[in-house]
Design a protein around this ligand. Structure first.
Ligand code: GLU
Ligand code: ZN
Length: 487
């Protein structure tokens, strides 16, 4: 271990989304590259919004992505507990220190009063922040407020001057303290705020580098003030840029799927996501796009992280997923396919040997054409259904031609006679038959494709025929004939 310690500190108020996944990935890569440790800390002090289900979902997504942590929930560690809700005594202790040293003071203002004060300030054209009303209350005044039954919040006394954030990605960012009002560190319900708890924990957990999203940059001067007030040593900071949609606005649900769970369910591969996410703000050089995990661990450094916003491009992710699917061996892909096919009710979740062989064959021929594992369902459902569902346009274009009924009847007779029934033997017979009746191969194959698959586009027709088998092919030709008679 190198002594380098980083952390991912999600608030369990929802799923792990693309932004959070990118943050944890950068931390993970930094830890693995430097031989350091990654700590997972659950920031669950917002009692109203934190849920266990979210914690589980986040952990689930991390595991699915294959991003492991060295300390935290499940694995434990020497610096726990790793849930902030179990560390309230610790925060209390440091809050008391800040009170004693005069850096923190109780504020008795109610939310209503604060709201009124804010409005009044705005009416007078003054900044709407906290006025410092309770900064210098005398002990008697405090006692009087307590006697009214008011439970105070604790505020940090912001000093004069400026606070400099030295950021590994953004350089020096200077904040003027006059624009930062005395912020709350412990709420009136006794729970610490994020800024305060994070400083205490990052120090006690010996975090050396804080790598997190840009949106926290305005919090950093407040945190630095607390580090100084508590006599803590400052860690290094690295704020990674925002992720925007293609329209250059902050990535949100409007841009499509944003949670990692959604991508998993949609048939994306963890390796593809990891590879895609790392490129949101990091580049090794101008060219290379595809990186194995080992390569990422070897190559990832913070000096190649950009301070410019990253653009999330779902099409590129889809392309990359297709690439990773083609790189995956058929057996592994088959396992994933079974998941999706069984959820769609097309195969059983524990397929028989016969079913398995068929799934494998389908996966093998679709592998080159699909971009998500789910596409196996979308493009290959007809292999597993009893009947085909005709695409109306394909039916009209290819099956209503006047030569089709007679051709199908004869074709069926020929197919029935083929033995062994495979892609080579059927191809020979079908092409031979086309020649015999003086038609181009396509004039036979296109209608046949619609009859067998329901659509005008499919993988190679002879491979399809082989997988469907003689019985199914003949039955489907019959159904098409029946449907034509009913017109
Ligand atoms: N709980 C905070 C969040 O999820 C952590 C921020 C940080 O990394 O300091 O945004
Ligand atoms: Zn107050």
């Amino acid at each position: 271990m190198s002594g380098i310690r980083v952390r991912f500190a999600p608030s369990p108020t929802g799923y792990l989304h693309v932004g959070g996944a990118r943050t944890v990935l950068f931390n993970w890569l930094f830890a693995r590259h430097t031989g350091g440790s990654l700590i997972l800390r659950i920031e669950d002090t917002d009692v109203e919004r934190s849920t266990e289900a979210s914690t589980d979902a986040i952990i689930d997504s991390l595991q699915w992505l294959g991003l492991d942590w060295d300390e935290g929930p499940i694995v434990g560690g020497d610096y726990g507990p790793y849930f902030q809700s179990e560390r309230l005594d610790i925060y209390r202790e440091y809050a008391d220190k800040l009170i004693k040293s005069g850096y923190a003071y109780p504020c008795y203002c109610t939310p209503e009063e604060l709201n009124e004060a804010r409005k009044a300030a705005m009416r007078q054209g003054k900044p709407p922040g906290y006025s410092g009303k309770c900064r210098d209350l005398s002990p008697e005044e405090r006692r009087a407020k307590e006697a009214e039954g008011r439970r105070p919040a604790l505020r940090f006394r912001v000093g004069e001057g400026e606070t400099v954030v030295k950021d590994l990605i953004r350089g020096e960012v200077i904040f003027r303290n006059e624009f930062i009002d005395d912020f709350i560190i412990v709420k009136s319900d006794g729970y610490p705020t994020y800024n305060f708890a994070a400083v205490v924990d990052d120090t006690l957990m010996k975090i050396t580098h804080i790598i997190r999203a840009d949106e926290h940059l305005p919090n950093t001067p407040k945190q630095i003030m607390m580090y100084k007030a508590l006599g803590f040593e400052l860690p290094e900071f690295a704020h990674v840029s925002m992720i925007l949609g293609k329209d250059k606005t902050k990535l949100s649900k409007r841009h499509g799927a944003t949670s990692i769970t959604q991508y998993r369910d949609a048939g994306y591969l963890p390796d593809a996501l990891v590879n895609y996410l790392v490129l949101l703000g990091w580049a090794y050089d101008a060219e290379q796009q595809i990186f194995s995990r080992e390569e990422l661990i070897e190559k990832f450094t913070l000096d190649k992280v950009s301070k410019n916003p990253a653009i999330f491009d779902p099409d590129k992710l889809l392309w990359m997923n297709g690439y990773y699917i083609r790189e995956t061996d058929t057996d592994s892909l088959t396992k994933l396919a079974i998941d999706h096919l069984s959820k769609a009710g097309l195969v059983s979740s524990e397929p028989s040997d016969e079913e398995l062989t068929k799934i494998q064959a389908v996966v093998a021929i679709l592998k080159e054409r699909i971009r998500t594992v789910r596409d196996i369902v979308n493009q290959g459902d007809f292999f597993f259904t009893e009947e085909v569902t005709f695409d109306e346009e394909a039916f009209q274009e290819f099956l209503t031609r006047n030569y089709v009924p007679e051709m199908f009847r004869e074709l069926k007779v020929r197919l029935e006679a083929i033995s062994p029934f495979n892609r080579q033997t059927t191809e020979q017979v079908i092409r031979g038959y086309a020649k015999e009746i003086g038609r181009k191969a396509g004039e036979v194959i296109h209608p046949l494709r619609v009859a067998l698959t329901g659509r005008s586009v499919s993988p190679g027709i002879f491979e399809v025929i082989e997988i469907l088998g003689k019985d199914t092919c003949c039955k489907r030709i019959d159904s098409a004939l029946r449907k034509l008679r009913q017109l």
